[in-house]
Design a protein around this ligand. Structure first.
Ligand code: ZN
Length: 397
């Protein structure tokens, strides 16, 4: 049973993690800033920061303008101290990169296709790439691996469930596979949870937005929920897995057994298939991938836009379910489809205005992700960083 009280060691772990998260968000600040933001006494801050400096984790940067114009010594997380590996596994590809503790991608990322590839081959390829990356950066200390996988993902069991469009991947434990191969802590979560973690670690002010929902709109659909400073996973880890919530009880059967799942209507894969079917019928040239359709959606091309609008109606129903389930103050749309841009937001807002009261719509801010990179990829790295911030024994030079 989890202890209800907190022993001194647990408090120390908690305080260290809190300060590391603040240092990650602030880039550069003073000890007084940290005291103010954390509510911890100056003496506690001094002790912890002294430890961090002696471990080679934090460095002093010289004099900065501190509180109320007072000059203070600046401190920051050392950019070149420790690193993590971030892996984003999607239904069609995976990408791998090395990240600093401030969430910066170091060097190039490696991307490989995984269509119709068995789990063993994918794991072997991942291993080869990680080994190559580690060899190319042999001067760097890598302390953990974070992986974002397509949902549903049973967080506490470490097992990925039935994945639509992903053959032979039922009940695969990537976590134990990677741990076996690398002897490093491996943290895994589903892509939408990784996305919301990245948003709330680097972009969104958690003081201002208490409940944030990130909707991963890509080759499938899922949502990550961030509430009161942490990812909300539910009892087994599938909270927010709206891809398999039905929006049509009489709809077609999904691989998961349910009927009319949202993911059957809202995904870049289904959308591209539907558009191609329509194009074929009218004797026009089909396209290779969703990327070929982005510009045509933006220009409201008559062959493409009606299909997009129809998909947005299903998406809006899914978003409405999220609003009523979690009452978020912010909803962020990310992943592959978000590259379409403002049309997505416009369509959702139009649809919501038609089906519910203004009051319900207005309470949640709706926006696109402001990351240039895929939030789930950065979030994969942040999963690993978050873990090592809570296990500082791994962060000693
Ligand atoms: Zn389903």
């Amino acid at each position: 049973m989890e202890s209800k009280g907190k022993n001194l060691e647990a408090v120390q772990v908690m305080n260290r993690k809190l300060l590391l998260k603040l240092l990650q968000q602030n880039i550069m600040c003073s000890r007084a800033n940290l005291s103010e933001q954390s509510g911890l006494k100056q003496a506690t801050i001094t002790n912890i920061i002294n430890d961090f400096i002696s471990w080679g984790l934090v460095e002093e940067t010289g004099i900065i303008e501190g509180n109320k114009g007072r000059r203070a010594i600046g401190i920051r997380l050392k950019e070149d101290s420790f690193y993590v590996i971030g892996i984003r596994l999607s239904r069609k590809y995976f990408e791998i990169g090395i990240f600093s503790l401030t969430g910066k991608l170091i060097g190039e990322k490696c991307k490989r296709n995984v269509i119709d590839t068995s789990p063993n081959v994918v794991m072997d390829t991942m291993q080869a790439i990680i080994e190559k990356l580690a060899a190319d950066h042999s001067d760097k200390i890598i302390v953990a691996i974070g992986v974002a996988v397509p949902g549903p993902y049973y967080f506490h069991e470490g097992v990925m469930e039935t994945v639509t469009n992903f053959r032979g991947w039922k009940k695969v434990s990537i976590k134990s596979e990677l741990q076996k191969r690398f002897q490093l802590p491996v943290m895994i979560d589903h892509d939408a949870n990784a996305g919301v973690l990245a948003e709330c670690s680097f972009k969104v002010n958690p003081e201002k937005y208490r409940t944030v929902v990130y909707v991963a709109l890509g080759q499938g659909i899922g949502a990550g929920i961030f509430h009161n400073g942490e990812v909300f996973r539910g009892a087994t880890g599938i909270a927010g897995e709206i891809g398999h919530a039905s929006v049509n009880v009489n709809g077609p059967q999904c691989e998961c057994g349910n009927r009319g799942c949202l993911t059957l209507y809202v995904s870049t894969i289904t959308f591209t298939e539907n558009v191609n079917e329509a194009l074929k019928k009218s004797g026009r040239a089909t396209v290779d991938s969703f990327d070929d359709l982005i510009e045509r959606i933006q220009k409201k091309d008559a062959d493409v836009y009606p299909e997009f609008r129809s998909m947005m109606r299903y998406l809006s129903a899914g978003i409405m379910n999220l609003v009523y389930s979690y009452n978020p103050s912010m909803i962020i749309i990310g992943d592959e489809m978000s590259r379409v841009g403002v049309q997505i937001i416009e369509e959702i807002k139009d649809n919501l205005a038609q089906i519910v009261e203004r009051k319900v719509v207005d309470q949640a801010e709706l926006c696109l992700t402001s990351f240039q990179m895929d939030p789930a990829f950065i979030g994969a790295a942040e999963l690993a960083i978050d873990y090592v911030f809570g296990h500082t024994e791994l962060l000693r030079e």
